[in-house]
Design a protein around this ligand. Structure first.
Ligand code: CA
Length: 215
């Protein structure tokens, strides 16, 4: 996961970059508001200090939100409650107050990124999966699925066209350590196919797994 750290104070930034890397995160660091626009592509989370030498962090956030819904965590000094509130109103996903621990911050980074992934609807042209509301539509028609059927389809719908291996489906829908037979999976796939109304929407890749049609 790539994190963009926007922080001008080296005393904060240097140990933070080190710490986040130790926690398994890739970090891109910029010290000025002016560098954010270019650096904010291809990152999974932005960590935004509000007190920047060449501009207001809240203004930076406003600019980011014009073209991107990347998760943003605002970093504020203790006591700046107004900044926190405005930050959240402008579309920040979370905030941390200085001083904070790298461990806490890493946990929050992973939390906002997870939440954002769940909120993003997935699917193909015909099949749409709304994971927040747990609703599925095919050609605009609402489909009623059981919990496991929904989870199964949601995994396939993350990337239509990608073959999802049987083992991945087992571990993400049922249990990381799967000891059963493959029958449960096949039975659920059949049920989902039937309910979707068009068997071709889920293709079997023999001996490998399943994929959602891109159509
Ligand atoms: Ca600062």
């Amino acid at each position: 996961m790539r994190v963009l750290l926007v922080e001008d104070d080296p005393a904060v930034a240097v140990p933070l970059v080190e710490g986040l890397k130790r926690n398994g995160l890739e970090v891109v660091h910029v010290g000025f508001a002016a560098g954010v626009a270019d650096a904010s592509h291809d990152v999974d989370v932005i960590l935004l200090d509000l007190g920047l030498p060449d501009g207001d962090g809240l203004q930076v956030l406003r600019e980011i939100r014009k073209h991107s819904d990347v998760p943003v965590i605002v970093v504020t000094a203790r006591g700046d409650e107004a900044d926190r509130v405005v930050g959240l109103e402008l579309g920040a996903d979370d905030y941390v107050v200085k001083p904070f621990s790298v461990r806490e911050l890493s946990a929050r980074i992973r939390a906002v990124s997870r939440r954002r992934r769940i909120e993003t609807p997935v699917g193909s042209g015909r099949v749409n999966v709304d994971r927040t509301r747990r609703r599925v539509t095919v050609d605009g028609q609402l489909i009623d699925l059981t919990a496991k059927e929904f989870d199964l389809l949601a995994v396939l719908a993350e990337e239509p066209g990608r073959v999802v291996g049987r083992q991945e489906l087992f571990s993400r829908v049922w249990d990381p350590v799967w000891h059963g037979t493959g029958k449960t999976l096949d039975v659920h796939v059949s049920a989902v196919r039937r309910k979707l109304g068009d068997p071709d929407l889920i293709e079997t890749v023999r001996g490998v797994g399943y994929r959602l049609s891109e159509a």
